[in-house]
Structures are given as structure tokens and as C-alpha cells.
Write a protein that binds this ligand. Structure first.
Ligand SMILES: Cc1cc2nc3c(=O)[nH]c(=O)nc-3n(C[C@H](O)[C@H](O)[C@H](O)COP(=O)(O)OP(=O)(O)OC[C@H]3O[C@@H](n4cnc5c(N)ncnc54)[C@H](O)[C@@H]3O)c2cc1C
Length: 360
């Protein structure tokens, strides 16, 4: 229940507070309510940035204090340590500019607010990406995706500050090298800070309904973009545990990409359903976890969600060590049982140092 209160506080107050605060740092800040896994975490400094020049000032501050810089959004895909020495930066740019079919959005905008706003404006495409927690700035990092749609199909450009050169740059979608839950940004951890994102949407509603869960929906549930959004919202509410009750970061592992032969073997052994592998050869990591007999595994207060086996949840008071021990146990068992490696999706913030590198 405490977790529930914390997240309500974060969603309604902390996000709003970001809107009004200019760049300035605060010391020894509790981030427990700023990560959806609800891990206890305190950081040495936090700061907000609205512009590239704020960011450059923030980097200077970190350089003077001889501490590393990190960037966070809504904390819904990140693993925090108990104490973080350094400066954590949050974007407070909540601007949304619409010109024709192109939408340019500040990194600090809440992703789902953008989805709602674009639909209301009569620009379509993002409806399948409804209810993904987090901010616009984080969306390109792992090329967010859901229900058969990934962000990259809409990206025109991503504005960044390249921490290596200290310069602002505008990257095209090709530059970003988007793949399944992956991008240039993930492959160069900590190098780029996303400041703004430009998407091209469509004034025509062209529903994407190939995903299995969407194929059986009644006609009225797919009749308009708003109806699709509502359908996705209710599917997600049914399938995923609520992070306000049991802290989680959504899928903890990526779905592995497997060869046709391995998929066929898994199908024959009834580990996965026939034709469950998608066109890119990805199979459900949740099915592998279940078939490895791990469904009710827990370590301390960290456990596998009974509602979705890809979700590791904090049942109250779990530590990062509990979560990582549980994850490593799952990886070992799936590897031993099926010879398949599961890759962890959320990153540890401590491994994502942005410039400047600490001196000494
Ligand atoms: C219940 C639940 C369901 C989810 N469902 C989905 C889903 O369906 N599909 C999906 O793809 N994801 C899903 N996620 C994961 C998560 O919502 C997304 O990855 C989201 O984009 C993370 O946004 P955030 O602002 O919370 O990022 P954070 O968790 O704060 O950060 C994530 C990463 O982005 C980096 N980052 C953040 N902001 C910036 C910036 N401005 N510049 C550079 N780097 C930055 C951080 O350093 C970190 O590496 C889910 C999570 C939860 C809790």
C-alpha cells in the first residue's frame, strides 16, 4: 500500500514539479518514488534541464564536483542502486509543437500524454503504444514497442546532446539504428542525452491489428483510434501487474530471437505454442520461464509476477540485489533447460555515465 501512495505521488506531483523547476541542483534526494520498481535509492545530486545550455551547465557542475552524470525519465525501465554518487538529470522540457503531420516533443513530456494529445489533434499511429509508462526522452533509447508497433516507424529525427563532443546534434531515424528494444543510444550507453523528438504521424486512421490479442476484438473496439486506445488500455490493465501495487519495470527480459530450427524444436516439445514465434523469429521469454518451472520463484521480496512471467515484481522492500539474484537464477535455469540466453531489458543507471568522466 505504501508503494501505491508513492507512485501516486510521483505520477501527480513529481512529474508536475518538473514542469516548473528551473535548472538547479538538490542534494541527497530520495529516488524511491521515482522508479516504478520501488527500489530504495538516494542520489547525491539531482537537477533539471530545459535546454541544451542547461545541460551544458549541468555537465560543468558535475565536472567541478568531480562526479559522474546520469539521465533519467520516469524511472520505469531502470535499476537504481541504494546510493548513487553523482548527478541525476531529468528533462523539464514539456513542449509539444505540431506542424502539419510532424510533432516535435520535449524529452520531459510523459509518453502517454503525447499519445492522447496526438489522437485528440487528429494525428494517428501511436494508439497501439498507449499506456507505456515513462517519458518521450527515453522512448528512442529502447525503441519502445507494443502490440505490433514500434516507435521507429514514426521517427523523423532525435535531437541530442552528444556528451562525448559536448555538441548538440540532430540524428535521423537511420542514424539511430533502431532495432527491437535497441538503438544507437543503448549501444553507446550514456553518450547521448535526448532533448527533443520529432515524429511524423498520419491524418488517416490505419489500424495495425496483426498482433494476436487484437485480432479477436469486436468491431466496435477497433472502429476508431480512440477505441483502439481504449482496447489497448484495457488489455494492458488485464495482462500486466500494476506497478503502483507491486513495483515493476514491465518486461524484465527481452524476447529472444531464435533460429527456425530451435523454434520448431520448442514447438514440438510444446514449450511454446505452434506459430508463436513472430516474423523476426522472436519467441516469448515468458513461455520459456514458465516451461522452466520457475513461475512461483522468489528471492527475498522479489518475485516473478503470477500475472505475467516476464515481469519481476517488488513485493515490498526488495533490494536491487534481490532483483538481480532472481534475474540471474532465471537466466541460469532457462539456459540450462533450453540452451537459450535471456537478456535483461532494463539497464542499471550506474552503468550509464554521461560526460564528463569523473576526474581522478
Ligand atoms: C508496467 C510497465 C509496462 C511497460 N510496457 C512497455 C512496453 O509495452 N513497451 C516498451 O517498450 N516498454 C515498456 N515498459 C518499459 C518503459 O516504460 C519504457 O522503456 C520507457 O520508455 C522508459 O521511460 P522512462 O522515462 O521511465 O525511462 P527511465 O526508466 O527513466 O530510463 C530508461 C533509460 O532511458 C535513459 N533515458 C531517459 N531519459 C533520457 C534522455 N532524455 N536522454 C537519454 N537517455 C535517457 C535512461 O538513462 C535509461 O537508460 C514498461 C514499463 C512498465 C513499468
Amino acid at each position: 500500500m505504501i508503494i501505491s501512495q508513492q507512485y501516486t505521488l510521483f505520477d501527480k506531483i513529481t512529474v508536475k514539479a518538473k514542469r516548473t523547476m528551473p535548472f538547479e541542483h538538490r542534494k541527497e534526494v530520495d529516488l524511491s518514488s521515482c522508479n516504478t520498481l520501488g527500489l530504495p535509492s538516494v542520489c547525491q545530486y539531482i537537477g533539471r534541464f530545459q535546454s541544451v545550455s542547461d545541460l551544458q551547465h549541468a555537465f560543468e557542475f558535475a565536472e567541478n564536483q568531480v562526479v559522474p552524470c546520469f539521465v533519467m525519465g520516469g524511472g520505469s525501465n531502470i535499476l537504481l542502486p541504494e546510493y548513487l554518487s553523482g548527478l541525476v538529470l531529468f528533462s523539464s522540457d514539456e513542449s509539444i509543437h505540431i506542424e502539419g503531420e510532424e510533432v516535435t516533443v520535449g524529452a520531459g513530456v510523459v509518453w502517454d500524454d503525447l499519445v492522447e494529445k496526438t489522437l485528440k489533434t487528429g494525428l494517428f499511429g501511436l494508439e497501439n503504444l498507449s499506456s507505456i509508462p515513462g517519458t518521450v526522452g527515453a522512448a528512442p533509447i529502447q525503441n519502445i514497442g507494443a502490440y505490433g508497433v514500434e516507435l521507429d516507424r514514426f521517427v523523423v529525427s532525435v535531437e541530442v546532446l552528444d556528451a562525448q563532443s559536448g555538441l548538440a546534434a540532430t540524428l535521423t531515424a537511420d542514424d539511430c539504428q533502431f532495432q527491437y528494444r535497441d538503438s544507437l543510444f543503448k549501444r553507446h550507453p550514456g553518450r547521448f542525452v535526448v532533448t527533443r523528438l520529432t515524429l511524423k504521424l498520419s491524418p488517416r486512421f490505419e489500424p495495425v491489428l496483426a498482433y494476436q490479442d487484437l485480432q479477436n476484438l469486436p468491431a466496435q473496439s477497433i472502429a476508431s483510434p480512440q477505441a483502439v486506445r481504449r482496447a489497448i488500455q484495457s488489455l494492458r490493465a488485464r495482462k500486466l501487474p500494476d506497478y503502483r501495487i507491486f513495483g515493476n519495470v514491465g518486461s524484465f527480459f527481452k524476447n529472444p530471437s531464435l533460429s527456425k530450427t530451435v523454434i520448431e524444436t520448442l514447438e514440438q516439445a510444446q514449450v511454446i505454442q505452434r506459430n508463436a514465434g513472430n516474423a523476426q523469429g522472436k519467441v516469448s521469454a515468458a513461455a520459456l520461464i514458465q516451461a522452466a518451472g520457475l513461475g512461483d520463484l522468489s528471492v527475498g521480496q522479489a518475485g516473478i509476477s503470477p500475472r505475467h512471467h516476464l515481469v519481476l515484481e517488488n513485493r515490498g522492500g526488495a533490494t536491487l540485489t534481490d532483483i538481480l539474484t532472481l534475474a540471474s537464477f532465471i537466466q541460469d535455469r532457462v539456459k540450462t533447460r533450453f540452451g537459450i540466453g535471456l537478456e535483461i531489458e532494463p539497464q542499471q543507471l550506474t552503468q550509464l555515465v554521461h560526460a564528463p568522466n569523473p576526474k581522478g
